[in-house]
Design a binder for this molecule. Sequence first.
Ligand SMILES: Cc1ncc(COP(=O)(O)O)c(C=O)c1O
Length: 381
Amino acid sequence: MISINSKLPTVGINIFSVMSKLAQENNAINLSQGFPDYPTDPKLIDFVTKAMKDGHNQYAPMPGLPVLREFIAEKANSLYNANYDPETEVTVTAGGTEAIFTALASVINPGDEVIIFEPAYDCYSPTVKLLGGLVKPFELHAPDYAIDWEMVKKLFTANTRLIILNSPQNPTGSILSKPDIEALIKLIKNTDILILSDEVYEHIIFDGEQHQSVALYPELQERSFVVASFGKLLHTTGWKLGYCLAPAKLMTEFRKVHQFNVFSVNTPMQLGVANYLKSEKVHETLSSFFEQKRDLFRSLITETKFKLLPCKGSYFQCVDYSTISDEHDLDFAKRLVTEFGVAGIPVSAFYTKNKADKILRFCFAKEQRTLEKAVERLMKI
Ligand SMILES: Cc1ncc(COP(=O)(O)O)c(C=O)c1O
C-alpha cells in the first residue's frame, strides 16, 4: 500500500460543493453557491466565439494579452487614482482563486504568519497551510462584522508576513470603511507586513458607498496584491478569468510562480473579454444591477421568520434563524434543503473554529423568479 503524508489532512470537500450536490439531489432552489442562474450577455459570447473562429487559440503571453492588461490598468488607474503599469504590474490569472494562490505562494515561507478575518472565504486558510505558513484567524461577529484594529494589533508577532483583506466581504456582505483603512495604515507603518486584498466584489457595493480599494492609498498599494475576478464582473463564474495588480517588485515574484502554475490563461476569452469591455462599461452599472436584486430579496425575506443582517456589498445576504431553530447551522442548512427545498451556506463553515451563530448565507445573484420561489418556500418555515 502506498502511503501518502497528506499536506492538508483536515481538508475535505468544500461546503459549496456539498450544498450544491445536496441541492441537486433534492431538486432544491440553490441559493448556496455564488453563481448567477441567468444567461451571460450574448454579445460577450459572440466576442469570445469570434476570437476562437479568428484563430486565437494558442498560448497567450505569460502575463496575459496586452490588450486586456491595458484595459485592466486603465480601469484601476482611473477608478483608484493609481499608477499600475500594464507591462509589469498586471497579470491575468485563472480566476481570483489562482491569483490568491499565486500571490500567497510567491511570498509566504514556512513559519510565516498570515492574519485572516473570519468568517473568511474558504481558500485562504488551506493555501497558507499548504505553503507551510501559519493562519492567525481574527474572529468577527454578527451583525456588522466590524474590525477592532487595536485587537488585530495583538496578533502581530515578528513572524507576521501578510494580512488578507476582503471587501466587499464574502460571506457577510460587510465592507471596509475609510476609517478601517486609516487604522490599518497606522498599524502597519514601519513594518514589512504585506497585504493581499481580495477585491473580487469591488463593483458590487450598495447605498452609494465607495469601494475602499487598497489601490487608493499609496501606503497600502506599495505592499499589496490586489485580486479581481471577471467571473463576478461579467456574470461568468465558470470562465475562471481574473487578474492581480501589484507593484513591480511584488509582481516579479508573482509571475515567477504564475508561469509554472498555469503559465498563461486561455486566449480567446482574454481577447473576447477585452473587445467586449471596449464598448460595455459593465463596472459602472453592476452595483445598481445587484442593488435591485438585494432590495427585492430583502423585502421578500421580511415576510419570513428569518432576520436580515446588513448587506453593504457582494451578492450575499446573511440571515439569522435563531428564532426558528436551535440546530447547528450545518444541520439546519441540510434540513432546509431536504425538507423545504432551499439551499444556503452555513456561516460556521467560514470559521476555523466552526463558530456556529445560527446564520445562513444566501446568494441573490439569481433571476427574480428564482428568488421569489425560494422565499415562497422559506415562508413555510
Ligand atoms: C471572496 C472571493 N474571493 C475569490 C473568489 C474566487 O474568484 P474566482 O471564481 O474568479 O476564482 C471568490 C469566488 O466566489 C470569492 O467569493
